[in-house]
Design a protein around this ligand. Structure first.
Ligand code: NI
Length: 275
């Protein structure tokens, strides 16, 4: 066990557990530096498709999805046989308008059953000022709620989807994290976040983990086995990158993202992730 019994009980009751220290602040700063080295060479912040399934592109991101402290904590809530389904960077630039509307992750993912969790790893501190994630405790046990697609420009979600019914924000709890800590949240938890009003970036790396028995109901999908064994073979396997953005990594990423876009944007005319 990496989590305490109390932390596992918190997750089961609230749909979220935090903070969980998984690395030092210095190590988190090291991951941020690797990301920003790439951005400096590219001449722009990580954008579009590169923000998604990023662990297929960079060896340091691959290292993170295999990080023992992260995986052991995740295994305490979903069991030892684990696939990494995807990763998503949630980067909020200093004093920027980007936000995340209230939503349930389960809305467009096509995964069944809903035994799916996100390990949200803080590369920087996450605070009220810089737009930390907020959630409504216990909402992971309610049914799927109706969502509206807004495609709002500043919304960081794929479709700008937001819950179409009233969310009782008076019950919201903020997930304050220090760099190197993470939270774990359930796929059906109602959550969202406000813009970054601070002078520094807020960087979170969301790793989506599923037990091997979960199915993708929309497309033939791919994922990476990161812990334990897979008796089900519901997903094709994605290769680990050998070098940052080499030809093999770029090809594997492109193929995996194409499948994911097909699932997430089903019923729309979109063929890639929004910038
Ligand atoms: Ni979400």
């Amino acid at each position: 066990m990496h989590l305490t019994e109390r932390q596992v009980a918190d997750f089961q009751r609230d749909g979220c557990v935090f903070p969980i220290r998984v690395m030092s602040a210095a190590d988190a700063a090291g991951y941020r530096r690797r990301l920003e080295q790439h951005e400096a060479i590219a001449g722009a912040p990580l954008q579009g498709n590169l923000r998604h399934k990023t662990h297929l592109l960079f060896t340091w991101a691959d290292e993170l999805v295999h990080h023992p402290a992260i995986l052991e904590a995740v295994a305490d809530v979903i069991g030892p046989d684990i696939l990494c389904w995807t990763t998503n960077f949630f980067i909020k630039e200093p004093s920027s308008a980007g936000f995340v509307s209230w939503h349930q992750d389960s809305t467009y993912w096509g995964l069944d059953p809903a035994d799916v969790v996100t390990a949200w790893v803080a590369f920087t501190d996450a605070t009220p000022e810089n737009g930390y994630m907020q959630f409504i405790p216990g909402t992971h046990t309610v049914d799927q709620l109706p969502h509206l697609d807004t495609f709002h420009r500043d919304n960081l979600l794929s479709r700008g989807q937001e819950i179409a019914v009233e969310v009782d924000k008076s019950k919201a709890v903020g997930i304050g994290l220090q760099a190197g800590e993470m939270s774990i949240h359930h796929i059906k938890l109602v959550h969202g976040s406000e813009p970054n009003r601070s002078p520094d970036r807020r960087i979170g790396f969301a790793i989506r983990y599923i037990p091997t028995y979960v199915r993708q109901t929309k497309v033939r999908d791919s994922a990476m086995l990161v812990h334990g064994t897979d008796e089900y073979h519901h997903f094709d396997y994605e290769p680990r990158p050998h070098a940052d953005m080499d030809a093999g990594a770029l090809a594997a990423h492109a193929e995996a993202v194409e499948r994911q876009v097909k699932a997430l944007y089903q019923g729309t005319d979109k063929h890639e992730f929004r910038a």
